[in-house]
Design a protein around this ligand. Sequence first.
Ligand code: ATP
Ligand code: PRP
Length: 206
Amino acid sequence: MLTVAMPKGRIFEEAVELLRKADYTLPPEFAESRKLVIEVPEENMRFILAKPMDVVTYVEHGVADLGIAGKDVMMEEERDVYELLDLKISKCHLAVAGLPGVRMNQIAPRVATKYPNIASSYFREQGEQVEIIRLNGSIELAPLIGLADRIVDIVSTGRTLKENGLVEFEKIADVTSRLIVNPVSYRMKDEAIDRLVERLSAVIPQ
Ligand SMILES: Nc1ncnc2c1ncn2[C@@H]1O[C@H](COP(=O)(O)OP(=O)(O)OP(=O)(O)O)[C@@H](O)[C@H]1O
Ligand SMILES: O=P(O)(O)OC[C@H]1O[C@H](OP(=O)(O)OP(=O)(O)O)[C@H](O)[C@@H]1O
């Protein structure tokens, strides 16, 4: 049996749609139920529903064989999992943004983000020493209220930046969701995992 860690939230629906396209029979209540462990005996699979940032943790510890996680999450922390497939869903990008015409404070520049490692390595590569302020959401609020000069955050449609009078300065990386696997599971259950990879590969959007 394969255990797959699914991210609750915005990736979930697209991931379920992809699985259904790949002809996986998932119960109709899959998306509506509050259950966190969903068995699908017809497919010899079990799905667990976790916070997007925690999916990698379940896979790394081997309690889930596979998982679906954003490239942003994979970039933020080096983890002991393999990336098997770019599912090309939940497309967005990571960017540096801020108020237009406002330069970074030269003495103590501050950057607010949910991605402290990505942000600090990005600014280090640019030769800038910045203070990272870690937030958990509504990152765009930080420059509006004077908490930070810049933000590093996800941009998709650009609507959140626009409606808050912010502009994108630089793109850091493109982001899509990935199928990840626990290295031991991949050795022990290679046939079942290869079959899943084949079925998904056939329906991944281009
Ligand atoms: N606006 C967006 N459009 C498309 N994909 C996005 C967007 N924001 C985030 N993502 C992708 O979806 C993943 C999950 O984002 P989501 O907002 O569902 O979860 P989260 O922010 O980690 O959790 P929560 O908001 O529940 O605390 C991210 O890791 C990223 O890869
Ligand atoms: O470019 P857009 O299409 O506007 O999308 C970008 C927004 O989406 C995400 O936030 P989310 O909705 O997850 O809320 P959060 O701020 O609570 O993380 C991201 O952090 C941006 O704020």
